[in-house]
Design a protein around this ligand. Sequence first.
Ligand code: SF4
Ligand code: F3S
Length: 106
Amino acid sequence: TFVVTENCIKCKYTDCVEVCPVDCFYEGPNFLVIHPDECIDCALCEPECPAEAIFSEDELPDDQKSFLELNAELAEVWPNITEKKDPPDDAEEWDGKSGKLEFLER
Ligand code: SF4
Ligand code: F3S
């Protein structure tokens, strides 16, 4: 499966959802996740993310491994998203910042 990681938080560009052939993205207030049981590993979303927040499960950086579990958990409770929308006004300021996990809204 592919996994959305920390740099999506507060950036949420949503370019990723447009290319997913199985519509397996789910949307929270300031973060998106991929449903691991629905993702078919096509890899189309990975290069679309301007924040480079999407990784294959096998290529997750060590400090992002907890996001595998987090994607699985939140994909069960958040609504599906299939259409791109405007990112937050301050998305660019947050792009690349570390320690964003504490700002995750559920
Ligand atoms: Fe969707 Fe493909 Fe990305 Fe999986 S790898 S989330 S199927 S676009
Ligand atoms: Fe997030 Fe990147 Fe998609 S910032 S919403 S994973 S395009």
